[in-house]
Ligand binder design. Structure first.
Ligand code: NDP
Ligand code: 8X3
Length: 256
């Protein structure tokens, strides 16, 4: 499906997968609506996306953890374009790697708010703008963490497992509307993810990728564009994308 002229709304577009997705979709000459909390970073992404060929780029502050912010964002988006063809629910991330016995309320709450409630809020606010029977998409970004648990990942794995089930419920609810719904579930990818998880500890974040060859945000963005550009009668319900070096969360091949 040709994406030129389509309207793509991406949450969490200030870094990592969201920023790479903005560039990848820009190359298809679509219109972009970008949101995140760091507006300065959004501005930089918008400049790069215009240079990459986007038909237009709009940015607006967005905190998916706040219903008020999500509703203000949706009202702004409606002013830019009456309809949105693709919603990419990407905003989120992990906070901490503590076992449950040492877990912190603020970390758990931040993960539930952004990855889980934020996705529900954004979807509720955007659904009235999605055209029916024209190949529209709700593309949610999950994780291999939603498929199997690991120590220290109880809350993060829990919210990403929740994301899969929200995706499945929405797929059932929207069947017959022509609106496609699916989840893209990456494994280890080098972005600001680990820096955020480890609260700015760059050395600890770098260790996660040491000796391995992780996915890049551009790899994940390529998969997003592929999913969204299938013909309207084709829906990729679930796609797991992992580095060749990562057979499972714990099984990572590392070069010396
Ligand atoms: P980054 O930390 O690089 O990007 C996260 C993005 O989410 C940022 O743009 C951030 O923007 C935004 N964000 C976080 N919280 C909020 C919020 N409350 N409101 C609005 N925006 C928010 O990480 P990734 O690009 O790697 O992560 C993107 C998604 O992919 C996340 O959902 C993550 O869980 C998932 N994922 C990541 C993997 C990895 O290994 N990197 C693997 C599998 C899935 P800002 O801070 O400006 O608001
Ligand atoms: C991020 C990937 O496996 O580190 O979702 O949790 S993982």
């Amino acid at each position: 499906m040709d994406l030129a002229g389509k309207v793509i709304l991406i949450t969490g577009a200030s870094s990592g997968f969201g920023a790479a997705a903005a560039l990848a979709f820009a190359r298809t000459r679509c219109h972009l609506l970008l949101g995140a909390r760091r507006v300065t970073r959004l501005n930089e992404v918008a400049t790069a996306a215009r240079e990459a060929g986007a038909a237009s780029v709009g940015i607006h502050v967005l905190d998916v953890a706040s219903t008020r912010s999500v509703d203000a964002y949706a009202a702004w988006a409606r002013d830019q374009h009456p309809s949105v063809d693709v919603l990419v629910n990407n905003a989120g991330g992990a906070h901490g790697l503590d076992p449950v016995a040492l877990g912190k309320d603020e970390d758990w709450e931040a993960m539930v708010q952004s990855n889980f409630l934020g996705l529900l809020r954004m979807t509720r606010a955007t659904l009235p703008m999605l055209p029916q029977h024209a190949g529209a998409w709700v593309l949610n970004i999950g994780s291999i963490a939603g498929h199997s648990a690991y120590e220290g990942g109880a809350a993060y794995c829990g919210v990403k497992a929740g994301e899969r089930l929200v995706t499945q419920a929405l797929r059932l609810e929207l069947n017959g509307t022509g609106i496609r719904v699916g989840t893209l579930d990456p494994g280890m990818a080098e972005s600001e993810f680990s820096l955020v998880r480890f609260k700015g500890d760059a050395a600890r974040a770098a260790k996660i990728y040491e000796g391995a060859r992780p996915l890049t945000p551009a790899d994940v963005a390529d998969a997003m564009v592929w999913m969204v550009s299938r013909p309207p009668h084709v829906c990729v319900d679930e796609l797991i994308l992992k580095p060749t070096d990562q057979a499972a969360f714990h099984k990572v091949y590392r070069r010396k």
